[in-house]
Design a protein around this ligand. Structure first.
Ligand SMILES: [Zn+2]
Length: 1032
């Protein structure tokens, strides 16, 4: 297998196969602009020599067409519907590419462009002539949204009706113009009329059992976008005069009419469309390359040979066959893997397979684990590895006869042969020092310096732990948790506690010298909570009083981590430290930090320094923690700069989490923190974990993002990994992939369970491969793409100027969309912006990413907050990143109090909020209730128990519990939303026109950014311009 990748070729500096003239289109292309890689120094791609490409024979017989697809939940082996045919997971779909690409390339093309009325065309031409969007304007547009935006009057149905288009009630024409931005903003050549027309791929797939892909909305999907939106959305009053400051009033001139925002692709509409099509259905993973429902759509997953999308989602489920094609389209090939994800209650938990003392059966060459991709041959005596094609002997204990189509007759009785995900019991070979692991430990390390005592935090933590220690995670079906617990308090010095069960009182042991950290006691430090309950409760009762009079303001940090790690090491177990830190560690000790928050660096080449952790002890400490399976969770309560970039590096590299509660107030933040703490302590978790992704010949995993540590280029190490932690893996070609074989990969996670068992969790996924880029675009998942782009960009800012990273993101967005238009859309007017259906909301998401706190480059945003958000995003799954970048806004004023369903969301724009409305906004980290000035009094009464808007106290962070339908419904909405998110959200009330509205408005991501960044409309115009330059 060649190890050479193609990554390093500067993509915009030379002509691309199939797409000419890209160089000029991207303006000044920095010489280190690297496709998706932001500056790695990999060798340039050289194509594999002709003739050396190894053809892999299909490892399984092709399955017949029309495989029955069950809609019943049926996991017992006897009723698996594919019992009589070959394993469906392997089924190539021979007619898929040809059939769909034919029709895909030449769908009926209604001539939107030419159908516009002459008047409208003239209007747009005038406006486009005035369009000036230079890079400066794009970064720093200073116009309010909508100024000068214009729209065509609705075109009459017959004019826009193509050969097969039904009548369309509203003008679907997305004629895209730009706000005239003031002179001096950079020149754009006068642009003719623009038609923005999302394209829809061929909806009909030859395989009848294949569910429609997300975004495939039927043969005439277009009207659903424009026609249904707005008209059917309750509570949506897009042009409410009062809601857009100066919006309509400032329209300049009679000819300029407002471009209908409903005519540009909408995230909420895409989400709703997918729910309409796929919610409540069973998604069966029996076919290769299936695109799962969107992450926002509730459905039941049934594993029939490929892993569930709860564990792995991909940026595309169809990889291009060659590196050249991948380079041409620049669509990242990545998997977002959440190995320990929770399985829904109505889905089967993973089976545990035991192959006995010799351990799981693995391929001799590539070490892949037994899985449905292994092809048994030679009467069942040997099997060919689906990844490396090596032929292996079947161990005698594992031998089984084959049936008439070459399948083992026991295939349905063995999870590892029929399912995408399962676990193996690991034998001693997989244990440190060949000895079984000891039960893990949790060590609670509480900063008892002045700030934490004064704020009441110490007392809060101690009281909560008394309850929480009863709820430590345990093995399924186990009576109690076997996790050991230990306690440390600290300020400038550390205090260890002996809480052995036979003691009458806990004993404190002080370690005043923090330069040479050691653990003063072994016996009695890590104990079973139930055995030592009395002593521990006694300790937790006493800690707040013991330090009540402290005036110690300084703290240490690195010695605390060191102490916890040494304690775990001495006890020879893995575990997690819960550190409750008040401030930047300034006391004289290893790892002492000072304020290096230099905002003058923002928007300079040196801005990256703000995000780089200080090296030295923090780096070596993180490494040592990983080596000793010591995960660190940091709860931070800073009143000022705390160098999150450095402190956070320890959780980041050890698979831990960071929580930040700036200016912590017990009344307003206490519940929020406690809720986070409860979720964090009780969530399911694995320890001492190593993850490896194996692929079949032709591609390989090249880059990894997450709360992880990597000692080499293949093994992802995590001191611990919980059920929410996600690792994003990028793939690159190192050879050709074949359409017959597809792209197969296997993610294996070796870890220790909370019960102290060593296990291997295996996830297998098979993707399609195609030499037609149209197939790739059709199988993309925008939410996963955004997850990848966010992580790769946030990682890149450590080494590159943020401006460069932003440019790369914009360029790549334009490039991906331009390539689609060039290679996949039928020749149409050059002026049309044609978006692949699966990516039609990619521009809005990319714009959200560009103006996120991390990338926006604004000195008003606290450095710590940016570092914090960067770290959060790095281990997010797809659902989290989707909501984080495009918050959900749920209208509450017209909710059906008798329905269990959540009201349909509205778009993230101020235009969508009405004076008379009440809305809940959430992004997984923050939650707001926004109250319009004219909110209905009866709802205000119902929710807040006050007579009017003016009486609402916006300081509160919880809602009163009142027995009426409004209160019940709203609290149920909040519960539902909170339940969907892994972290707790602090509730903030925002009254329209209040000062606090500013912090709320930064979440209205379709509008111009509060701290800079373009509106969605402006960004779309900019991307459109970039695409046109690429294509001319
Ligand atoms: Zn192999």
């Amino acid at each position: 297998m060649t190890q050479q990748g193609y990554v390093a070729t500067p993509p915009f500096s030379q002509s691309q196969p199939g797409i000419g003239g890209y160089h000029s289109g991207f303006g000044p292309a920095p010489s280190h602009l690297l496709y998706g890689h932001y500056g790695e120094t990999s060798p340039a791609f050289s194509p594999p020599p002709q003739g050396t490409h190894k053809q892999i024979a299909p490892a399984w017989p092709p399955a017949p067409h029309g495989l029955p697809v069950s809609t019943q939940n049926q996991f017992d082996a006897s009723s698996l519907p594919n019992g009589s045919s070959s394993p469906p997971v392997h089924q190539p779909r021979p007619s898929y590419t040809a059939a769909s690409s034919t029709s895909y390339m030449h769908p009926p093309q209604p001539s939107y462009q030419n159908s516009a009325t002459a008047t409208a065309t003239q209007q747009l031409t005038n406006q486009m002539g005035a369009m000036h969007i230079g890079p400066g304007a794009f970064q720093n547009s200073h116009l309010p949204p909508n100024v000068g935006q214009s729209a065509l009057p609705p075109t009459s149905p017959q004019q826009i009706r193509g050969p097969s288009m039904p009548p369309i009630p509203q003008g679907p024409q997305m004629n895209l113009s730009s706000p005239p931005i003031g002179s001096g903003m950079g020149g754009l050549p006068s642009t003719p009329t623009v038609g923005l027309q999302p394209r829809f791929p061929d909806p009909g797939l030859p395989n009848s059992g294949f569910p429609p892909s997300p975004g495939q909305v039927g043969p005439h999907g277009f009207p659903q976008q424009t026609g249904a939106f707005g008209g059917q959305m309750s509570g949506l009053q897009p042009n409410f005069p009062g809601s857009v400051p100066g919006g309509l009033a400032q329209m300049s001139g009679p000819q300029q009419k407002k471009l209908d925002p409903d005519s540009v692709p909408s995230v909420t509409q895409v989400i709703e469309d997918d729910k309409m099509k796929r919610a409540g259905q069973i998604f069966i993973t029996n076919l290769r390359g299936q695109v799962p429902p969107l992450v926002t759509t509730d459905c039941v997953i049934q594993d029939q040979g490929n892993t569930s999308p709860r564990f792995i989602r991909c940026t595309t489920y169809c990889f291009p066959c060659t590196a050249d094609l991948a380079k041409q389209c620049q669509v990242p090939l990545a998997a977002i893997i959440k190995p320990l994800a929770k399985v829904a209650q109505n889905e089967n938990p993973l089976y545990v397979v035991d192959h006995g003392e010799s351990g799981p059966i693995r391929c001799n060459r590539c070490k892949a684990y037994m899985c449905p991709f292994m092809q048994f041959i030679d009467g069942g005596r040997r099997y060919q590895c689906g990844f490396c094609s090596c032929v292996n002997e079947v161990p005698s204990f594992y031998f089984q006869h084959l049936d008439h189509i070459g399948r083992r007759v026991d295939v349905l009785e063995r999870p590892e042969l029929s399912l995408g995900s399962y676990e193996f019991i690991a034998n001693l070979d997989y244990c440190k020092n060949n000895t079984p692991p000891k039960p893990p430990a949790f060590i609670f390390m509480i900063d008892v310096s002045y700030n934490n005592i004064k704020s009441g935090l110490v007392k809060l933590v101690c009281n909560e732990l008394k309850l929480l220690l009863n709820k430590l995670p345990r093995e399924d079906n186990a009576e109690k948790s076997v996790i050991k617990v230990g306690f440390v308090t600290y300020n400038k010095i550390l205090h260890f506690y002996n809480v052995k069960s036979n003691l009458a009182q806990p004993q404190m042991m002080v370690v005043p010298d923090v330069t040479e950290m050691f653990v003063p006691l072994l016996d009695g430090f890590l104990v079973d909570f139930h055995e030592s309950q009395t002593v521990i409760i006694n300790l937790l009762d006493n800690i707040p009083d013991m330090f009540a009079d402290t005036d110690e303001g300084e703290t240490v940090f690195a010695p605390v981590v060191q102490a916890g790690m040494e304690a775990l090491k001495a006890a020879e177990c893995s575990g997690k430290l819960f550190i409750f830190q008040s401030s930047i560690p300034t006391a004289e000790a290893p790892g002492k930090l000072k304020n290096r928050d230099d905002r003058k660096l923002v928007n300079t080449e040196k801005e990256k320094i703000l995000f780089q952790p200080l090296k030295g002890i923090y780096e070596s400490l993180a490494k040592e923690c990983v080596a000793n399976s010591c995960c660190v969770d940091l709860f931070l309560f800073p009143n000022q700069y705390a160098d999150v970039a450095t402190l956070g590096s320890i959780p980041l590299y050890t698979g831990g989490s960071i929580y930040k509660y700036s200016n912590f107030q017990i009344n307003s933040d206490g519940d929020h923190f406690l809720s986070d703490l409860r979720k964090d302590v009780t969530k399911s978790i694995g320890f001492d974990a190593t993850m490896r992704v194996r692929t079949n010949t032709g591609f390989r995993a090249t880059d990894f993002f997450g709360a992880i540590y990597m000692n080499n280029t293949t093994d992802v190490e995590m001191a611990a990994i919980d059920c929410d932690k996600t690792v994003t893996v990028e793939f690159k070609h190192d050879d050709k992939l074949s359409e017959d074989t597809g792209a197969l990969f296997q993610c294996a996670l070796l870890y220790t369970t909370v019960g102290g068992q060593r296990r291997l969790r295996i996830h297998n996924l098979s993707l399609n491969c195609s030499s037609q880029l149209a197939d790739l675009y059709k199988s993309c998942e925008t939410d996963a793409l955004v997850n990848f782009f966010a992580k790769s960009a946030y990682k890149a800012i450590l080494t590159q100027p943020i401006k460069t990273v932003r440019e790369i993101l914009v360029n790549q967005t334009a490039h991906m969309l331009a390539c689609y238009k060039k290679c996949c859309a039928s020749p149409s007017a050059v002026t049309q912006l044609i978006l692949p259906d699966t990516m039609k909301v990619l521009p809005v998401y990319m714009n959200c990413l560009l103006k996120s706190s991390v990338l926006v480059g604004n000195t008003e945003i606290a450095t710590d907050e940016r570092a914090y958000q960067k770290q959060l995003v790095l281990s997010m799954d797809v659902a989290e990143s989707q909501a984080f970048f495009y918050p959900r806004i749920i209208p509450l004023h017209n909710m059906d109090v008798n329905s269990d369903l959540l009201p349909t969301s509205v778009r993230c724009s101020e235009e969508r909020l009405t004076n008379g409305g009440i809305y809940l906004l959430e992004n997984g980290r923050n939650m707001f209730i926004w109250l319009g000035l004219a909110s209905p009094p009866e709802i205000i009464q119902g929710i807040f128990n006050v007579p009017s808007f003016a009486h609402i106290n916006s300081e509160v962070t919880t809602l009163p519990v009142i027995d009426n339908p409004y209160s019940r419904k709203l609290r149920s909405v909040i519960d539902t939303v909170s339940h969907q998110r892994p972290y707790s959200m602090k509730l903030t009330l925002v009254k329209q026109k209040d000062k606090a509205e500013v912090s709320f408005r930064q979440f209205l991501v379709e509008d111009k950014g509060l701290y800079g960044g373009a509106s969605y409309m402006d960004f779309l115009c900019h991307v459109y311009k970039e695409i046109r330059q690429l294509l001319t």
